[in-house]
Design a protein around this ligand. Structure first.
Ligand code: SF4
Length: 455
């Protein structure tokens, strides 16, 4: 699936606490892609602006916001389970206000209202103004809430270093398996100058790495009158003082132009990592997926990327077991994977999403076959990833330290490889040169060599 990366997760941990009952509190639960995470951050920014504090405990909250995803059945099931669990909270505390947003809501408000009558507000993605219906304080806010960035740490003592910034909403493609265009609508690019201004504010907050987001992020600007595109936007954001690293997600192979590739190659802050979902390596499967390109077009784009951007890493997304996918067609996908040797592959077994074109077709690949194909892709990728990582041992790489987990500092290289290192002191937000000492299949261990000055 390409609608960004489906990374079910709960949003960041509470940034602070306050005496029980002293002030109003909100609880926010997010599942789905980085776009959802960015939109939840916007909700957090709005609520924080009018004095609400974050809690992780639903029973303590005055406002609970759920941000949903329906791209896969498993995600939708989790959302339904979460909403169901809130019936108890509402029974015990009738004043709590509950809101549901995200892809589950679009076009479904009437049905959802009948199904979950204890939910106070359903609002479509990005329709933040409607929050005022359950948070009346927003109507009296001094600040222009529309100006708030999509990223915000309310009371953190450790300012965040990486932020997501949505730049284009919706998708004009109609891939036959994908629900996103029906739930997020047609592409709408945010104004160019508004995005640059948001990144400038983030840089002043201490953010060092920005990821520009869109379901088809490289379609950015198609609907703007002045012809400026993603390459132009990258150029403008690269010039923002303090932004050391720039990434973008998720791209469509059809729009991965030479201009974009050449721009990535020359801009210092744009990281040498490209995520370009291919979904299948067989032209007939691609045709039925309605992906609008061939496997050879995809190969051509990867070749151009690799020959133009030194040291670039490339990741992709694959769906196995699409309706009608024969053994030979799957073998074509395996051939493409073996040939390109991606740095990372996100692989998913096909499951029909009601409301899409492919859901009207027979889901005719048995689960055992889908599972076996999934395993073949994973085994191949384990081998490729382990070899890529082993080749890095002894090299020195720049990482941006973005967290501390299981007793170790953690960061990513410009190529998006995960690196851990042991060290005392506070390294959060530092740009560090690390010598790679050990490679495993999916991550690296290293030792810090020097701390790089940040502009
Ligand atoms: Fe991506 Fe296709 Fe879905 Fe658009 S319709 S979000 S291009 S998978």
């Amino acid at each position: 699936m390409e609608p960004l990366h489906l990374i079910p997760r709960v949003t960041r941990a509470a940034a602070g606490s306050s005496p029980a009952g002293a002030e109003k509190r909100y609880c926010i639960w997010t599942i789905g892609c980085q776009m959802n995470e960015a939109e939840s951050s916007k909700v957090e920014a709005m609520l924080s602006q009018v004095g609400y504090r974050r809690t992780e405990t639903e029973d303590e909250a005055d406002v609970i916001v759920l941000n949903s995803c329906v791209v896969r059945q498993a995600a939708e099931d989790k959302v339904v389970g979460k909403i169901g669990s809130l019936a108890r909270v509402k029974r015990l505390k009738p004043d709590v206000r509950i809101a549901l947003t995200g892809c589950m809501v679009t076009g479904q408000e009437t049905k959802l209202r009948e199904r979950f009558p204890y939910v106070d507000l359903f609002f479509e993605p990005s329709d933040f103004d409607r929050l005022v219906e359950i948070v009346p304080e927003l109507a009296e806010a001094d600040a222009d809430l529309a100006e708030l960035p999509h990223y915000y740490e309310p009371v953190s003592t450790n300012p965040g270093v990486a932020a997501f910034v949505p730049i284009i909403y919706g998708c004009n493609f109609l891939c036959s398996y994908c629900i996103v265009p029906y739930r997020r609508g047609k592409e709408i690019s945010r104004p160019f100058d508004e995005i640059v201004a948001e990144v400038e504010r983030l840089a002043l907050q201490g953010v060092r790495e920005v990821t520009l987001l869109g379901q088809t992020v490289n379609a950015y600007g198609h609907d703007l009158p002045d012809g400026r595109d993603l390459a132009d936007l990258l150029t403008a954001v690269d010039a923002v003082p303090g932004i050391e690293r720039l990434r973008f997600l998720t791209s469509h192979p059809k729009y991965f132009s030479d201009k974009l590739i050449e721009t990535i190659a020359v801009l210092p802050s744009v990281c040498e990592h490209v995520n370009l979902p291919v979904q299948a390596g067989d032209d007939e499967v691609l045709r039925r997926m309605r992906r609008t390109y061939t496997a050879d077009h995809y190969r051509d784009r990867i070749e151009k990327i690799r020959s133009t951007i030194p040291g670039v890493t490339v990741s992709t997304d694959i769906i196995v077991g699409f309706p009608g996918e024969t053994d030979e067609q799957f073998d074509n996908t395996m051939r493409l994977l073996e040939e390109i040797e991606f740095d990372k592959v996100h692989v998913a077994m096909y499951s029909p999403r009601p409301g899409t074109l492919s859901a009207r077709w027979e889901d005719d690949i048995p689960h055992a076959v889908k599972h076996a194909r999934h395993t073949r892709v994973e085994k191949l990728m384990e081998r490729v990833s382990a070899a890529h990582y082993a080749a890095m041992v002894g090299e020195t790489r720049e990482i941006l330290v973005d967290g501390f987990a299981k007793g170790r500092w953690r960061g990513r290289t410009r190529g998006n490889q995960l690196v851990f290192f042991d060290a005392s002191g506070d390294w959060l937000g530092q740009m560090v040169e690390v010598r790679i000492t050990t490679a495993s299949t999916w991550y690296l261990l290293g030792e810090p060599v020097s701390v790089l000055a940040i502009a």
